[in-house]
Ligand binder design. Sequence first.
Ligand SMILES: [Zn+2]
Length: 68
Amino acid sequence: MTKTWSSGEEEDAKCQNCGSVYSVIIYRIPTRDNDTFNCTVCGHEMRSWNDTRIPEFTLKSAGKIPSE
Ligand SMILES: [Zn+2]
């Protein structure tokens, strides 16, 4: 059996600021979307896009906000 390439999932994304880990699923939408995703734990901008393929992030593991 041949396993076909799945277009729906990406590798997990990690916040560069606090280390939270998100699972990423890519959706195709009919119209272009221009948006950003900010880490829900620390607010760091993790990704921006202007595309018909948009990522959805699901928090898997919350990191620690670096203290200043
Ligand atoms: Zn973060």
